[in-house]
Every structure is written in C-alpha cells, then in structure tokens.
Design a protein. Structure first.
Length: 103
C-alpha cells in the first residue's frame, strides 16, 4: 500500500482509514454505502494523488514518481473487513530510506 506523501510512522494504523471505508462504523451510514477493500486502497493511493492534481508524481510505483511505501503484513482485500485495521506494518520507506522495519 502506498502512503500519501505524508510521513508514515510505524506507531500509526495506516489501514484504519481503509477499514472505515469498507466497514462504516456510524449508524448514519448505510452498509450499502460501504466499498470494497480494493476500492478503498485505490482511494488512498492513485485516487489521493488525483485529488491533489499530482498523479504525474504520486500515487503509484513508477519510474520518476515519489513514493513513500508501507509494506503490510497481509493483503487488505484478503482479510475479514473487521480485521483490516489490525494488519501490521512490516516495512516503511520514506524518501527512499527505510524508517521502520519489523524485527
């Protein structure tokens, strides 16, 4: 999962926002408004870059693009929607440097 061009830290739950899209907690939001984990990941990666008008430099792993990368311990679309926020971070790379690596 690519992080937006923000400082990814190992003590945050980078998958919590994805889980909120997939499994809305608020009763005001109907279950029918939930989206798939794959759609939520898209919103937080290339979708985020598009909303910032930065799709030419952010959002995907491509030559010439900036990328802060978070490697997760599991694939969000393959786990139970209620467990997405609990997926651990294995590796975080910011500005081309490893800033966190799971022991």
């Amino acid at each position: 999962m690519l992080a937006r061009r923000q400082r990814a830290r190992s003590d945050r739950q980078p998958t919590a926002p994805v889980q909120r899209c997939v499994r809305p907690a608020h009763r005001v939001v109907a279950r029918s408004s939930a989206i798939t984990a794959r759609e939520a990941l898209h919103l937080y990666t290339p979708g985020s870059a598009t909303t910032q008008f930065a799709e030419h430099t952010l959002g995907t792993i491509d030559r010439g693009k900036l990328a802060d990368v978070v490697a997760l311990g599991a694939d969000p679309p393959s786990v139970d929607p209620g467990a997405i926020k609990d997926i651990g971070v294995d590796l975080t790379v910011v500005d081309g440097r490893v800033v966190y690596e799971k022991a």
